[in-house]
Design a protein around this ligand. Structure first.
Ligand SMILES: NC(=O)c1ccc[n+]([C@@H]2O[C@H](COP(=O)([O-])OP(=O)(O)OC[C@H]3O[C@@H](n4cnc5c(N)ncnc54)[C@H](OP(=O)(O)O)[C@@H]3O)[C@@H](O)[C@H]2O)c1
Length: 252
């Protein structure tokens, strides 16, 4: 059994790799930092007898798609589409390239790898896909505008693909974590934001575990943590203006 995990060099993706290896899956680990992937691979090999394949690649690069088409196994049983990043800051004060990076990773690469894997799974009439989105997909995100919008794309796309693949043997689940203690905040320059200093942070292991459990139970969506579930639920009843101001404060 083969599991492919993007963003496996840290955080939620790393924990997904440990959990799936423990379940007996051979794991294909994808991220840019080879040294971190080798660290994760070493840890897995020290605890399990599964095969571990390290694929260092920047999945936003065109050539990476061709590389992955060749290096990924023909039969993929589990796909964790997890690699993603955020950017905190004013849209107009930021560089265009910093905004484009969010779109090329969280939308374009996310979509292309879903395409590659979903086609293979469709042919084999089986497979589990876990799209890692965010509770950010439920709100607009002033000062993290492109990130929130990219995650809205992820959740919407995941639901649509799930429905398209209904009855084919391929199951699609969307994981929507809230603030989680990983490398994400630092990479997004968001460590000082109220979102990360005042919100309860979840552990990446608990988030990954909830996502994988939900995926194997063929659930449409998983929101780990009661506080995150409540935030999403009650946000529906807030007037838009108030909701926008609350998110703005959390992000600033
Ligand atoms: N942490 C949170 O608060 C939070 C909340 C909601 C949703 N999420 C989502 O959870 C997912 C995982 O993030 P995380 O929290 O675990 O953060 P993380 O620790 O920063 O992990 C991000 C992963 O993505 C990889 N990555 C980044 N750019 C890449 C690229 N161009 N090509 C290939 N791999 C790339 C990183 O590896 P390299 O740097 O080695 O490439 C890393 O393994 C993301 O989609 C994020 O949006 C996170």
């Amino acid at each position: 059994m083969n599991a492919v995990i993007t963003g496996a060099s840290s955080g939620i993706g790393e924990e997904c790799a440990y959990i799936l290896a423990q379940k007996g899956y051979d794991v294909y680990l994808i991220a840019r930092r080879k040294s971190e992937l080798l660290r994760v691979a070493k840890h897995i090999r020290s605890l399990n007898t599964v095969h571990v394949f390290v694929i260092p690649a920047d999945i936003t690069k065109k050539k990476s798609y061709a590389l992955l088409e060749q290096q990924l196994p023909k039969k993929i049983d589990v796909f964790i589409n997890n690699a993603g990043k955020g950017f905190l800051g004013s849209f107009t004060d930021s560089t265009l390239s910093s905004q484009e990076k969010i779109v090329s990773l969280n939308i374009t690469a996310f979509l292309k790898l879903s395409y590659l894997v979903a086609q293979r799974m469709r042919k084999q009439s089986s497979g589990f896909i876990l799209h890692v989105s965010s509770i950010a997909s439920f709100f607009p995100g002033p000062f993290m505008a492109s990130y929130y919008a990219s995650k809205a794309f992820g959740s919407s796309f995941s639901d649509s693909l799930r429905e398209e693949l209904r009855g084919t043997g391929v199951s699609v689940t969307c994981l929507c974590p809230g603030p989680t203690s990983t490398g994400f905040a630092q990479a997004a320059h968001a460590e000082g934001s109220a979102l990360f200093t005042r919100s309860p942070l979840m552990s990446p292991y608990i988030v990954a575990y909830a996502g994988i459990r939900g995926m194997f139970s063929r659930r449409r969506r998983v929101i780990p943590g009661l506080h995150n579930k409540l935030s999403v639920f009650f946000s529906r009843f807030l007037p838009h203006g108030l909701l926008f101001r609350i998110v703005r404060r959390l992000n600033q």
